[in-house]
Design a protein around this ligand. Structure first.
Ligand code: G3P
Ligand code: MG
Length: 249
């Protein structure tokens, strides 16, 4: 289970996936602030290190899709990343939005933050330790949930900062031992975050019996969200916080 701050009474907790990313450019301050306006309880974001070591908020390995810059984030220094436009490709009115630093989001966004540690290697090149350092510096330990598809990142997090809650992510495309969440007990994960198609009523009941809180992604359909909630899922990670809050005012 997670601390009480990570659940709501009478409705699911609503996380804006990469912010309010249906309406605003994903993983930008504009998307996070819009998620708050739309009634989200918190936001989910993707954390990675760029070539010069800063922790930035970006989903893909490459900067191309969101900024148009043909470079990998791991090979691009922050002096370049900070000049890129992460908003214009979504809509003209978002021109000038930047790829934010994690620390800027923690400062500007006061609600819950689900920091996804994005790393598919054994060696995370210091990502987990740096994220924890920034969370502590921002005194955000009480409102941050760390999640990852990579059990090693969550193991590092458990060892470095056992008090910051953890959620294990998994999806159908992973190998069976990963998509079965076998590592969750060793990680002392308080929550499981399966891709929504994995969350059958039978599995939800089994995971709940084992004591896990559940959050599903990426759920933009309110009927699907309602079925998941009724079955025992307490967190909905959505691109459309506005819709979810209209369903649960
Ligand atoms: O945390 C849920 C979700 O963000 C995981 O998938 O690829 O959107 O980061 P992805
Ligand atoms: Mg993510």
């Amino acid at each position: 289970m997670l601390p009480a701050a990570f659940s709501q009474k009478g409705r699911p907790l609503v996380w804006g996936h990469r912010g309010a990313s249906f309406d605003a450019p994903e993983n930008t301050l504009a998307a996070f602030l819009l998620a708050r306006e739309q009634g989200a309880d918190g936001v989910e974001l993707d954390a990675q290190r760029c070539a010069s070591g800063e922790v930035v908020v970006l989903h893909d390995d490459s900067l191309g899709r969101t900024t148009g810059f043909a470079g990998l984030i791991a090979e691009t220094p922050y002096s370049v990343v900070r000049t890129l436009d992460a908003g214009a490709r979504k809509a003209e009115r978002y021109q000038g939005e930047r790829v934010p630093l994690l620390v800027q989001v923690l400062e500007a966004f006061p609600l819950l933050v689900n920091v996804e540690l994005k790393c598919d290697r054994w060696d995370d090149r210091g990502l987990t330790a740096e994220v924890i350092r920034f969370v502590r510096e921002a005194q955000a330990q009480e409102r941050v949930l760390l999640s990852s598809f990579n059990p090693l990142c969550l193991l590092r997090a458990r060892l470095l900062a056992p008090g910051i809650p953890r959620a294990l992510l998994f999806e159908p495309e992973q190998e069976w031992w990963l998509r079965s969440a076998l590592s969750a007990p060793a990680l002392e994960a308080g929550a499981l975050h399966p891709e929504q198609s994995l969350a059958t009523p039978e599995r939800i009941a089994r995971w709940r019996r084992r004591g896990y809180q559940l959050g599903c992604w990426t759920v933009d359909d309110t009927d699907a969200a309602g079925r998941l909630y009724d079955a025992g899922v307490s967190g909905i990670i959505t691109n459309r916080p506005d819709r979810m809050r209209a369903r649960w005012p």
